[in-house]
Ligand binder design. Structure first.
Ligand code: PEP
Length: 244
């Protein structure tokens, strides 16, 4: 894993009420090992409670989306300033579910990334190919486009990339360590040399306690973005331990 600090983040998606969040985050925060950076990406309604329960610990709280505008007539949306006001540390952008179900484009993501960076939020930017794109031999083309069109290299100081092959998300089908490593190496090569050395790239897609050690042992895999297994503290902490 080189000299880069491992980073493991849980993506809760649309799970856990604010009432469920407090005790869960307090337990997680109390049991975190020293070493890796650890974050939870929680629903908007749980952010305040997660920040409160994580206070004084190393655990970082991320939102799962934000709007690119500073303010305005965007009913139902949340700005970077609103997240910062709650004490939120960062934001997950470009998850494949947002791209697929909510029409999020690389152009919109470029604006969101710029707005988050300007406001002072760290960002996890998710990229990844569909099964169809992989089978058509388009994986590298898709990854290169997602990185370039979102302007990732211009915001690298606050950025972590999450490589999430869409066919592996929530399916129980994990990419083999060799296949994941190949994609991570390709993504790293999309950045100028000085960024490529330091930017962290998480793997996401059915990462569990049993497959995490082998994935995390790959030289270009710097951590994980964990969906299902992050909803259960013991499983999530076992993955964090594998990154330690
Ligand atoms: C995710 O939602 O980002 C994810 C990787 O989910 P899962 O771990 O459940 O495949």
């Amino acid at each position: 894993m080189s000299g880069r600090r491992p980073f493991v983040a849980g993506n809760w998606k649309m799970h856990k009420t604010a009432g469920e969040t407090g005790p869960f985050v307090a337990d997680l925060a109390a049991r975190l090992p020293d070493g890796p950076e650890v974050a939870v990406c929680v629903p908007f309604t749980s952010l305040a409670e997660a920040v409160r329960a994580a206070a004084g610990s190393q655990l970082r709280v991320y939102a799962q989306n934000m709007h690119q505008a500073a303010q305005g007539a965007f009913t139902g949306e949340i700005s970077a300033a609103m997240l910062l006001d709650l004490g939120v540390h960062g934001v997950l952008l470009g998850h494949s579910e947002r791209r697929q179900y909510f029409g999020e484009t690389d152009a919109a993501l470029a604006e969101k990334l710029a707005a988050a960076d300007a406001a002072g939020l760290d960002v996890i930017l998710a990229v990844g190919e569909t099964e169809q794109q992989r089978e058509a031999g388009e994986t590298e083309q898709v990854l290169a486009r997602q990185i370039a069109d979102s302007g990732a290299a211009s915001h690298a100081a606050r950025l972590t990339i999450a490589y999430e092959p869409i066919w592996a998300i929530g399916t129980g089908r994990t990419a083999t360590p060799a296949l994941a490593e190949e994609a991570h190496r390709f993504i790293r090569g999309r950045f100028p040399a000085e960024i490529s050395e330091v930017i962290r790239i998480q793997y996401g897609g059915s990462m569990k306690p049993d497959n995490a050690p082998e994935l995390l042992a790959q030289p270009d895999i710097d951590g994980g973005l964990i969906g299902g297994a992050s909803l259960e503290a013991d499983a999530f902490l076992a993955i964090v331990a594998a990154a330690t």
